[in-house]
Design a protein around this ligand. Structure first.
Ligand code: DX5
Ligand code: ZN
Length: 212
């Protein structure tokens, strides 16, 4: 099973994003993970629509936008227009997840739904046939550089058992060359990694160690 690598720009150098994006492109990354935080759903503020628009102009990588915001439905169109290819929102932030999924699909994008560490996987079972991706958070969302929460990985096989074969199961938080193998052996097929890749000093070697 091939694994989709989605380096998280949260740990890149924000003064040199173009440079860091080229590094992960050259290292064979498939996607670019863009963490959007609003200071309400999570206690941090990061990237917004104008940054995604600028990134769109300099790369052909799939822009994998992870919305950690309240009222995700309100921001589907702005991020779609900015050039996102995939929008993942949080189950906990959506009053009507079905509606958000349908907004994303109507905008012509792939849709993902994410759950925080304390949210049981059963909560999203009703949506598994409608989404393209499930993002299992393996840290509390909000910050890069946290340690992998092992218990979260046990959600992966439960989701896989109840999902269509082509559902992408992504993990995000504390992913390194060891935790990535735990997740892929349980059925994850997309890895997000930020500090492990951009803090490593050797982006190419870090990406290679995640993919093999
Ligand atoms: C955290 C973000 C992650 C973050 C992961 O809320 O969703 O994408 O960048 O960072 P690492 O890989 O350092 O745990
Ligand atoms: Zn993320």
């Amino acid at each position: 099973m091939s694994v989709i690598l989605s380096p998280s720009l949260l740990s890149a150098d924000f003064a040199n994003l173009g440079h860091d994006i080229r590094l992960v492109e050259e290292a064979g990354a498939d996607w670019l993970h863009i963490d959007v935080m609003d200071g309400h759903f999570v206690p941090n503020i990061t990237i917004g629509v104008p940054v995604v628009k600028s990134i769109r102009k300099i790369t052909n990588l799939v822009l994998d936008v992870h919305l950690m915001i309240e009222n995700p439905a309100d921001f589907v169109l702005p991020f779609a227009k900015a050039g996102a290819d995939l929008i993942t929102f949080h189950y906990e932030a959506a009053e009507n997840p079905e509606e958000v999924i349908s907004f994303i699909h109507k905008a012509g994008l792939k849709a993902g739904i994410s759950i925080k560490p304390k949210t049981p996987p059963e909560s999203i079972f009703p949506y598994l046939n409608d989404v393209d991706l499930v993002l299992v958070m393996t840290v509390e969302p909000g910050f890069g550089g946290q340690s992998f929460i092992h218990e979260c990985a046990s959600k992966i096989p439960l989701i896989k058992e109840n999902a269509p074969d082509d559902l992408i199961i992504q993990v995000d938080g504390g992913i390194n060359n060891v935790t990535s193998k735990i997740c892929t052996s349980l059925g994850a097929n997309s890895l997000v990694a930020g500090s492990y890749i951009f803090g490593s000093g050797d982006v190419e070697a870090a990406c290679r160690s995640l993919l093999h």
